[in-house]
Design a protein around this ligand. Sequence first.
Ligand code: C2E
Ligand code: CA
Ligand code: CA
Length: 557
Amino acid sequence: MGFNDIMNGYDSKLFDTLAQSSDRIFFFASNMKENTVRWSKGAVEYFGLEREILYPADSEWLKRIHPDDKAACRKAFEDMANHVSANYDADCQVCNADGEYVWVNCKGYMTYDDEGQMDFFAGFVINLGVRNKIDPVTGLRTIREFHKDTDRLLRDNKSGAAVVVELNNFQRINDEFGYSYGDKILHTIARKLLEISAQGTRIYRKDDSDFIFLMEDGTVETVAEEIEKIRQIFSALNTGNNSIYLDFRAGAVLFPQDGNCFDQIMSNMLVALENARSAGMTSLSLYSEEMYLKKTRVLRLRDAICESVNDNFQGFSIVMQPIIDSRTGKGTSCETLLRWSDERFPGIGPMEFIPILEDTAFIIPVGQWIIDQVLRNLKDWDARGDNPIEKIHVNVSYIQLQDDGLVDYTVGKLKEYGIEPERLVLELTESCRIGRIDELTERLQKFKDQGIGIALDDFGTGYASLAVLKDIPTDIVKLDHTMIKSVVGTDKERKLIEFIISFCNNVGIIVCAEGVENTTIMGIVNKAGAELLQGYYFDKPLLVEDFYNKYVKLEHV
Ligand code: C2E
Ligand code: CA
Ligand code: CA
């Protein structure tokens, strides 16, 4: 069969014109009766086809389609042939000349002869994954393109905004409905985002379920408008059978003022996102210098704390605050509180460095160091004469309890210093309530089995409710100072605290009222039946030596 014969029936000129080399769109035309196909030159090159005109028509193409997609492609063709659908439209992965699978979208149109037989089939293939420019799942531009486009705007001395949008709970959709469904949702979202985006805005897929908006001439106001539109999309996302509610957070940076090169824009945008995340915000956070300083402070703190831990806990110390027995008015126990000092961070307190110790898991070795210090002091006081301090409290956070070695370590230290386990009380800080209650109970029981006491700290804040008392094997409940302060507020607030105290007393749990700052508060909690009292009214946390002089030594002179 000669070339001209084959060309017979093709509108050769039209085909040639359409087939002008494009690295994104390829054309084909097939003579169904002859069972031949002609591909545009670009397709021959890109997919590594044997030549422009092929016979039989489909074999070269079919063998390049990914096995997972073959059935769907065949069905799309049959539906068209059986007039179920007017034309051919299928997405599939096709192997290119480099041996890589790329996502393509094929569209084709069939003409029929007078007898209704298939005559010509022509159409085009759009390369969705061309040279990593387009993300195959969403059809959005890729992060590489974001890099290029940002560079271009900066080069042209343009100003604008870059915004990253992160979906909060997308993983849940993948888990519940599977990844291919998740991909479909992302595709739908991308389409909608493209529809609403303002002129001059380009949208990119970052990774997973994150999107980036590059807004030429973007300002604080236009970013806020864009975010509002996005919120509307997410709040009313309806995909087929399921109505899905998706939350998002966004971080934005304005350039060139807050970023005059791509790396800076990218990193500041992520700092803003991180800020939205840690503030628990469900909306937009705009990058500021302050955020940057905060972030770098955290990084510098991490380094400094790491140095301290490795330098034999240099800079760490403990202080002790007396806990008063309300019946006798005497300090018979105390709470140990951690301090850390470093000249680079003057005045830093536990509210700032404890979260960093927890994040880095340094709280595990530091916590062990505290237990060692506390028990060593207790032994020392015992050795110096009659020691009125019956119990010492030590704070323990979630991460520490996750460490299987803590029970053995503590028991070993109690033995080493010859201290009865009943004299040690572990205070579970609020962080201990993030995990599963049954797992927490099981871990605590191991300490209880050894005779070590358990106190539930920060009661009255966060999620702590009376219900946890029935599960957690607790000896002491510490009513948080924010709650205690409210006793001087309304009648209702006072009654609530009285109720909690009497409930605990009834089930054999000792109540310690924290934050007792004055006689009024003391009078109320005392009357309500709190057995233990702690607060600035009695004393602030004291250096160990001061605590010894005031509460240990003087007792028996
Ligand atoms: P917390 O365990 O609730 O400790 C009580 C906090 O209340 C201490 O703050 C104490 O100084 C303060 N306080 C005591 N009396 C009063 C009062 O009358 N009024 C007011 N407003 N506050 C009072 P601090 O030492 O800054 O500790 C803060 C938090 O840091 C602690 O809260 C605890 O959650 C954590 N923390 C401290 N030391 C350690 C530790 O060694 N390990 C762990 N895991 N966490 C610790
Ligand atoms: Ca505590
Ligand atoms: Ca507390």
